[in-house]
Design a protein around this ligand. Structure first.
Ligand SMILES: *Cc1c(COP(=O)(O)O)cnc(C)c1O
Length: 373
């Protein structure tokens, strides 16, 4: 990403002055710091950050400055990225499938926690004496926009066997899970916490830690999610399920931590017969729109910076490439007075956005303007 070194307080003013014809991300470090504080103050345990949601070094730096000391990483490259920013950061390697070369690289980085969801991958780790091994649990629970259990996770019976194997081999047993991304339902965490207590009891192990994953929802659509309701439900569920024997808690938010910190400004290249063509799309900063419902959080501006606030109508919205799949959806509500040359400012674009931009067909958002409020 190209980080612009000038600082502006207001994206609409910046666009009116610069009239960019390329996509622009606006990064708000203060908002990121506020969200980090909200997690640190509200979550009843250690807050880590899932690097994949937005691996930009400016993000890792801001989170480290805000007080995060551990990061969820999935690859040696993410480990290097984190260590470049904070040489003392603790690394949780929670990608449960790894090549032998990746295991060796992770050992060299001094990873402190590993997740496993199958015996063959536990065996691949070799000597685990004294290492924290978090068994990745999966349950058939609903609540998220898509199910993270289809790829990773051990069903309860297998989790029991894995916990026993970790203990037998001298590892430090923990449980980890991920309820699925953009999960609005606190009951998903409650169900996982209750199951974790049952599974640990059945395996005859005392859990060192319980990692309740990511999945915390961003404000993509109204109503705004209430993170504190989820934090409280987690706190209560741990007390109810484990009593006095409660393990220390860890969470690893990705999306909810970074979403609000970035906005994405796109220009309307053309409007014709109800079709709107933008200068970025699913191969760029809006790649998640293939799998998630369209976000309603966007503001339209004319070139002079005034808001377009006409009645909204449903539009078919296309990205800039010549691929006919490069289409956002038929249900993007846009003001009926939207015109060619206008800008659409998409809010809450900090997660799975900058990280997924391609250069397909010569497009893709690259520029970041840092905001100072
Ligand atoms: C992706 C991921 C996260 C972050 O998930 P969000 O839904 O972005 O919060 C956390 N933990 C693991 C293991 C992940 O793979």
């Amino acid at each position: 990403m190209v980080v612009q070194d000038t600082f502006y307080s207001d994206p609409a003013k910046w666009m009116a002055r610069e009239l960019p014809d390329e996509p622009v991300f606006f990064y708000d470090p203060e908002r990121l710091t506020r969200m980090a504080r909200r997690f640190i103050d509200g979550f009843p345990g250690e807050v880590t950050y899932a690097v994949k949601a937005n691996p930009d070094p400016v993000v890792i730096e801001a989170l480290s400055r805000a007080g995060l000391q551990a990061f969820d990483v999935a690859s040696p490259e993410e480990m290097a990225l984190v260590r470049d920013v904070d040489p003392k950061a603790r690394l949780h390697y929670h990608n449960p499938v790894r090549s032998k070369a990746e295991v060796a690289a992770a050992r060299a980085f001094g990873v402190v926690s590993w997740s496993v969801d199958r015996m063959s991958e536990l065996e691949k780790l070799g000597d685990i004496e004294g290492a924290e091994i978090a068994v990745r649990l999966k349950l058939p629970v609903a609540g998220a926009v898509y199910d993270f259990g289809t790829k990773f996770g051990a069903a309860p019976e297998k989790a029991v066997a894995l916990l026993r194997a970790v203990k037998d081999r001298g590892g430090v047993p923990s449980i980890t899970f991920h309820p699925g991304t953009q999960c609005r339902d606190a009951q998903a965490w409650v169900a996982y916490i209750a199951a974790s207590a049952r599974i640990a009891a059945e395996a005859g192990v005392t859990l060192h830690r319980l990692n309740v994953g990511g999945g915390f929802p961003a404000h993509r659509n109204d109503p705004e999610p209430d993170l504190e309701v989820i934090f409280d439900a987690i706190r209560d569920a741990v007390r109810a399920s484990f009593g006095d024997d409660a393990p220390a808690l860890v969470c690893e938010p990705g999306r909810a931590m970074v979403a609000e910190a970035f906005e994405l400004a796109l220009q309307v290249k053309a409007i014709c017969d109800g079709a709107v063509f933008l200068n970025d799309g699913i191969y760029g900063g809006l790649s998640e729109w293939r799998d998630l419902s369209p976000s309603q959080r966007l503001t339209a501006y004319a070139q002079d910076g005034t808001r377009r606030d006409g009645e909204t109508v449903a539009n078919t919205v296309f990205g800039p490439t010549c691929d006919s799949l490069d289409r956002l959806s038929d249900q993007v509500s846009l003001p009926e007075d939207l015109a060619e040359g206008d800008y659409l400012l998409f809010h809450a674009c900090g997660a799975y956005s900058t990280a997924l931009v391609t250069r397909f067909n010569g497009y893709g958002a690259r520029k970041i303007v840092t905001l100072m409020r």
